[in-house]
Design a binder for this molecule. Structure first.
Ligand code: ITT
Ligand code: MG
Length: 174
């Protein structure tokens, strides 16, 4: 089968391939699609919508001729307990309801969250914070604030396993 992944971000692409390739025989295509939400989602609803839109847009991308589309989206949410990273993933297939799963959440320092909620993208804020380039395509904020224990690829790979696991269950029970 052909699986279209709705991003060119290597942490997401490697995560999907890593999780899916163990369970399905597939050719993977990564395609730059719109999430149709803001570049920096700031609610669960917006982040989840972004993941679903990416999955659908990847599936329908011109010439992609795919069986499944996968979308992963990261966001930052504000709660009564502080700021948290949030992550959502979705799988779209023709004529079926999307499969959805949520990823890890961790607390993010107020000084970072305040900058994001004043209008900046978390990826850019993180680059300034750790004085590196492209944290978003490497360890991610999650990698920085878990002391390297769980980087962005590992987190998205776990989320991708939740997605492919649900897909396999549905295939078996339809
Ligand atoms: O190319 P795409 O797929 O868009 O990858 P991205 O890194 O921009 O990732 P998202 O759009 O899903 O994330 C929305 C924003 O939140 C940032 N972000 C989310 N999680 C992050 C993390 O763990 N580390 C750094 N930035 C993160 C990201 O850089 C964006 O500015
Ligand atoms: Mg983005």
């Amino acid at each position: 089968m052909r699986i279209a992944i709705g991003t060119k971000n290597p942490t997401k692409v490697n995560a999907v391939k890593g999780a899916f390739a163990k369970h399905v025989n597939a050719e993977f295509i990564s395609t730059n699609v719109s999430s149709n939400v803001s570049a920096q989602p700031i609610t669960d609803h917006e982040t989840l919508t972004g993941a679903m839109n990416r999955a659908k847009n990847a599936l329908e991308a011109e010439g992609s001729d795919s069986d499944l589309g996968v979308g992963l989206e990261g966001g930052l949410v504000k709660t009564d307990f502080g700021y948290f990273l949030c992550n959502w993933g979705a799988v779209a297939a023709p004529k079926s309801q999307p499969i959805i799963a949520g990823g890890a959440r961790i607390m993010i320092p107020d000084e970072i969250g305040d900058l994001v909620f004043s209008g900046r993208e978390l990826g850019d804020v993180m680059d300034d914070y750790v004085k590196k380039n492209n944290v978003r395509q490497n360890e991610g904020a999650i990698g920085v604030f878990t002391n390297g224990l769980v980087d962005r690829t590992k987190m998205f790979q776990e989320l991708s396993s939740l997605l492919i696991g649900q897909y396999l269950y549905q295939q078996k029970h339809k």
